[in-house]
Design a binder for this molecule. Structure first.
Ligand SMILES: Cc1ncc(COP(=O)(O)O)c(C=O)c1O
Length: 400
């Protein structure tokens, strides 16, 4: 490996929610008395415990050396970086006019909803569901209708009939598609996306396609952008992307949308202009340019290998060592959505008890119930492998 994916970065006191927020506080249980000798292994919020690509730091530091941070316009290099990243990674041909800035992907979801739905309208989502969607939609007064994914022999699948029925029954005109899907880790195939898009098209449904995870692909998987699925998709999809998951840049803020339909693009841009808050930060612009550079691309290739190894190792460990715990191996993202139902039933224990024991022994994992997983726990595996091993050994010895 050319880059460092083994050092454990010291994130304490360095503005990291992953370690600072839960040092002795669990969102489910309040104060947690950690057992002595067990440090915190942050495995909840979706950011990475690796040093990010050196090209990003270099770009930000170089720009910071210039002592002026006044008003600015995004550079050509910013748009060129996005255009070539999309071409090379997703096979998408994008013009500068198709790209629009978003402070965050969830902000993009909110703006697109405001253009494409009225308050109180029903919006279709798959469940399990990323909690961020639930928060944005309820906060903005929409009614969420879930179409549950089906667990088919260890693979989560969309239920097209259920989607169609719910679209018709609830007069739905807007859906959110998470691709790759958080928290299940599915990387949808072209065929699956085609089938979903046929359902949407039959009922004139617009689609917000959240592709924030599209670069986090495991074991050689490839991402199929929703915009590339059909002519209908070209005209009815708002696609949301960001370097934030890929390069752990969430604290710098800076995402973007790609919209190929000029009318839709104009409407979304107008909606986003209303707050007068949705503007690019000069340092995050340089961070994106550094991320999408040649060196950033090499780092990203290595990252995918490291994450694949972590996920493969952890899934084998769960299957071989943790009785009553199941997991569908993710194809993308760095999250595991483990299912502990059998363990809970066999040992007459509640999800709370298991979760709490994990936190007590420093494994800071996340309750899956707000994601609509009744017996699920979500775990972030973007850590140096030594920490992943340590966490699972603690789970085996102290928790399960
Ligand atoms: C599917 C999905 N969308 C959006 C976000 C958040 O994006 P942002 O911080 O840019 O709003 C996350 C973060 O975990 C996510 O998993």
């Amino acid at each position: 490996m050319r880059f460092d994916f083994t050092s454990v970065p010291d994130r304490y006191g360095n503005d990291a929610l992953a370690v600072d927020a839960p040092t002795n506080y669990d969102f489910n249980f309040g104060e947690v008395e950690r057992e002595p000798g067990y440090d915190v292994i942050p495995m909840w919020v979706a950011d990475m415990n690796f040093r990010t690509a050196p090209s990003i730091r270099k770009a930000v530091v170089e720009r910071s050396a210039h002592p002026s941070f006044g008003y600015f316009r995004p550079r050509d290099e910013y748009f060129d970086a996005i255009i070539s990243w999309q071409k090379d990674h997703n096979g998408l041909t994008v013009r500068r006019e198709n790209i629009g800035y978003e402070n965050g992907v969830l902000g993009g979801v909110a703006s697109a909803c405001r253009v494409l739905a009225s308050s109180g309208d029903a919006i279709l989502l798959h469940s399990p569901t990323y909690v961020g969607f639930t928060g944005v939609l309820t906060n903005n007064g929409y009614h969420i209708v879930h179409s549950p994914l089906i667990n088919e022999n260890g693979t989560w699948r969309m239920d097209y009939e259920d989607m169609e029925r719910k679209i018709v029954d609830n007069n739905i005109k807007l859906a959110i598609l998470c691709s790759p899907h958080n928290p299940s880790g599915r990387v949808w195939s072209r065929e699956e996306l085609e089938k979903a898009m046929e359902v949407y098209e039959r009922h004139g449904v617009y689609v917000i396609s959240d592709e924030i995870w599209s670069d986090i692909l495991l074991n050689g998987r490839t991402h199929v952008p929703t915009l590339s699925i059909s002519d209908y998709a070209r005209d009815h999809v708002v696609a949301l992307y960001a370097p934030s998951k890929t390069f752990s840049l969430a604290g710098l803020i800076g995402s973007y949308h790609i919209i190929l339909n000029d009318w839709l693009k104009t409407r979304i841009d107008k909606e986003e202009s209303l707050s007068h808050y949705n503007s690019l930060n000069v340092l995050s612009m340089h961070a994106l340019i550094g991320a999408y550079s040649e060196e950033g691309r090499q780092w990203h290739e290595e990252l995918k290998e490291v994450l694949s190894d972590n996920i493969n190792w952890a899934c084998d460990f769960i299957n071989n060592e943790l009785d009553g715990v199941r997991v569908n191996k993710p194809e993308g993202t760095y999250m595991l959505f483990i299912d502990i139902e059998e363990y809970c039933r066999n040992h007459a224990q509640s999800v709370e008890e298991v979760l709490h024991r994990g936190w007590k022994y420093g494994v800071y994992w996340q309750d899956g119930r707000p994601f609509h997983g009744e017996y699920n726990i979500r775990m972030n595996l973007a850590l140096p492998k030594s920490r992943v091993i340590e966490a699972f050994e603690r789970l085996k010895k102290e928790v399960f």
